[in-house]
Design a protein. Sequence first.
Length: 406
Amino acid sequence: MSPDTAPGPLPDAEPAATSGTAAGATPGVRPVADAAGLEAAGWNGLLGVEDFFQTPRWLTVQERNSGTTMDFLVRDRGGAPVAGLVTAWADTSVAWLLARPDAMLKRAVEQEVPEARELLHDLADGDPATLLPSLVCGGRHLGRTRTLATPDATEADVEALLEGAEGLAAERGAASVCFPHVDLRDTGLVALLESRGYRHHTSDHYAWLDIPPGGYDEFVEEMSAHRRRRVRLERRALDEAGVEVHVEPLTRALAPRLGELDANLLLKYGNPASAEGSAGMIGRIADVMGDDVLVSVARQHGSIIGFGMVLRSKARGDEQWFGHRAGFDYEAQGKLPLYYDVLYYRVLDAAAKEGATVLHAGIGSIKAKLARGCRSSEQRSYLLRLPRTGAPAGPRGARERETPTR
């Protein structure tokens, strides 16, 4: 499915924790114990090329890095899986603020996002913290959180998953259920959530770039004369400063330095991070993802001063690339125009040579992304407030947590 095609009315240290036990009150919905069991449960048959962040391999990474319990629900019909849903338990201990409902609502109110203040009053009694603990659904990745479904899935199949998740949340004493970044193009899920009483506010905008077959050269030629001249001046400035940028495989040998740069970026924007934690997470991604993770690396006189990580998704005869994380040595960077060369232009060229069709740029900095040729779609945080029935039980089966990173 191409990024601009709306899904139809529903086809469409040590490990941190193990997956808990799903509520068993929903017929036809079964839990899968952990990400390692997803492939055997038929999960891969639910995935499209845009669902990279819900693949079993990536969920194995998230399960270890998320610092909380994750659950995986599968809807069976006719003896085969037709839909699936990822959930994660969110309380004040988890660090992924861009998918945590309290932090998202607080930020939306501060930014005067329409509907946000009304939701703060109606759902959170004026205090976003009352939304926690929450069951976060559809994956905690940043953009396009959703249920998975085969082309044969029906609205009833997806609704059964929502019932299972809401039952799981109630059983554990959650204050809310949240889908943090539902794409407005996902019309079937939007309609179903609203029919079940979920309320929403805009959470961000998701950006993607169609990759021209001619790569960077074709991309630049399609720009306006003003933009084309500016991009070429940026490339010349990097050349004159002795900066070289290459796309290469991610290896464990790169992890310590990339961890330092990753933590630099996170700390710059107020997120908790450490170089050691980021390096460990990057090393695990290298181990799990193999050839499907690449890094665009900027070196100045041999020293790494910036990077961008990209993940390759292949499904149903298509290949698309996802920008995932980045980092910079801000002192070495100075005023050098590293960002777009590292994260867009070099990646775009490498992706075109591999036959990829789309580069997913994700959320944030939307104006700058649109100026570089991206398209975008509104994302919404959908919230369901649950009645509180006493002290929350919390998820079952959680082991000792490691310090999570995003």
